[in-house]
Design a protein around this ligand. Structure first.
Ligand code: PLP
Length: 347
C-alpha cells in the first residue's frame, strides 16, 4: 500500500512561472525555492524553474545554493543567497558563483577577503522599515562606498530590500526609502542594474514595486501569500496534491495513514475536510501517524486514496481552503509537511 504522498505537478509549476514572468515583464523573475521549495522538493523544482527559462533562483542560505550548483544548476542562472551567518565559507560560494545579499560591512569584508578566484557578486540590502536585516540609512553610504572601493574583488550587481506587504501605506513609505537609497548609491558612483524589492504580494498588488526583478515564492506554487490578489485570479494553479491511503475501516469511520507527525495540524479536527472518491468527509481525530474521518454510510474501502488537498478540480479541498479553515496561510501547511511524506514528481 502506498504511504502518504505529495504529488508535485511540475508542469503546473512551469506554467505558473511562465504566467508570472509575463505579468511582471519587463522586470525579471526570481524563483524562490527556500524551505525545500516550500515543501515541494528543492532539486526537481529548481530544475523545472531553469527549464521554464528563469534566470534567477533564490535559496535563502549558501548551503542550498551550493547544493543547486553541485546538482547541475548552470552558472548562467544566478543563485541569490541572503541569509549570511558569521562563519560562512565564502570561498566555496564564490567559486560556485553564488550571489550574496549583503547587509553589513563585516559581511562585505569577509566576502572580499575570500574573493581570490574572481569577483564576488554582491547585492547590497537597505532596510526600508521591516527591520529584517538591511543597512540602516545612516550606514548605507559607508556600505556603498566600501563596496565600490573593493571593486577588484566585489562586483556590485544589485540593490535590494524586503518589505512587509502588510499595508499599502507602509509599502509606499518603503518604496520611497528604497528609491532614495538607490539615488544615494548612484550619487556615490554606483551603477546598479538589478534593483529588487517585491515578493509575491507586492509584485502583483502594485506595479511600482517591481523595479528590475521580483522574488516570487508563494505564487509560483499557486499559493496565496496571505491577502491581496488571489492566485486563481492570476490563473495560477496549485502545484501540490496531498494524498493518503485508507489504512483501516470500521463502522462509519475511515483511518488514513497520515498524522501530526507528518505535519498535519491537530486543529484539522472539526475544521477541514478530505475527499475520497469525490465525496467530502470531516476529520474527527488526528494522531501521530494517522487521522480518522467520519464517512457515515459511504462505501469507503481499505486501500482507497484520500485527497487532503489538491487542485480543486475533482471536488477535493484546495490548500487555500485548508489554510482559511485552519486560520493560517498555505505556506505554513506545505512547509511543515515532513520528509517522510513521499514527493512524487509529475513532469
Ligand atoms: C521568502 C522570500 C520571498 C518570497 O516571498 P513570497 O511571499 O513567498 O513570494 C522573497 N524575498 C525574500 C527576501 C524572502 O525571504
Amino acid at each position: 500500500m502506498n504511504g502518504p504522498t505529495a504529488t508535485i505537478d511540475l508542469s503546473a509549476y512551469r506554467r505558473n512561472l511562465a504566467r508570472l514572468a509575463e505579468r511582471v515583464a519587463p522586470a525579471a523573475l526570481m524563483a524562490v525555492v527556500k524551505a525545500d521549495a516550500y515543501g515541494h522538493g528543492l532539486l526537481p523544482v529548481a530544475r523545472a524553474a531553469v527549464a521554464a527559462g528563469v534566470a534567477w533562483i533564490g535559496t535563502l542560505d549558501i548551503e542550498t545554493g551550493l547544493e543547486l550548483r553541485e546538482n547541475g544548476i548552470p552558472r548562467d542562472v544566478a543563485v541569490f543567497t541572503w541569509l549570511l551567518g558569521p562563519n560562512e565559507d565564502y570561498g566555496r560560494a564564490i567559486e560556485a558563483e553564488l550571489d550574496f545579499g549583503v547587509s553589513t560591512l563585516s559581511q562585505l569584508e569577509a566576502i572580499a577577503r575570500a574573493s581570490v578566484s574572481g569577483r564576488a557578486r554582491v547585492h547590497l540590502k537597505i532596510d526600508t522599515g521591516l527591520h529584517r536585516n538591511g543597512a540602516s540609512i545612516e550606514d548605507w553610504p559607508g556600505l556603498v562606498t566600501r563596496s565600490l572601493a573593493l571593486s577588484d574583488r566585489i562586483e556590485l550587481v544589485g540593490i535590494w530590500t524586503h518589505i512587509a506587504e502588510a499595508s499599502d501605506g507602509d509599502d509606499t513609505v518603503a518604496i520611497e526609502r528604497f528609491r532614495s537609497a538607490i539615488a544615494v548609491a548612484e550619487r556615490l558612483g554606483a551603477s546598479v542594474t538589478v534593483r529588487h524589492l517585491a515578493a509575491s504580494a507586492a509584485a502583483f498588488g502594485r506595479a511600482d514595486s517591481r523595479f528590475d526583478l521580483v522574488r516570487i515564492g508563494a505564487f509560483s506554487y499557486g499559493i496565496s501569500p496571505g491577502g491581496g490578489v488571489s492566485p486563481s485570479s492570476l490563473r495560477l494553479e496549485p502545484v501540490m496534491t496531498l494524498t493518503a491511503p485508507v489504512i483501516a475501516k470500521e463502522e462509519g469511520l475511515a483511518t488514513l495513514g497520515i498524522g501530526y507527525g507528518d505535519g498535519i495540524p491537530s486543529s484539522a479536527v472539526g475544521t477541514v475536510q478530505v475527499s475520497i472518491d469525490g465525496a467530502r468527509f470531516e476529520v474527527v481525530s488526528v494522531q501521530l501517524d494517522r487521522l480518522t474521518v467520519d464517512t457515515g454510510d459511504s462505501p469507503i474501502q481499505l486501500g482507497d486514496t484520500a485527497v487532503l488537498f489538491g487542485s480543486g478540480t475533482a471536488a477535493e479541498p484546495t490548500l487555500q481552503e485548508w489554510a482559511d479553515q485552519l486560520g493560517t496561510i498555505g505556506e505554513e501547511i506545505v512547509t511543515r509537511l515532513s520528509p517522510r511524506i513521499r514527493r512524487r514528481f509529475l513532469e
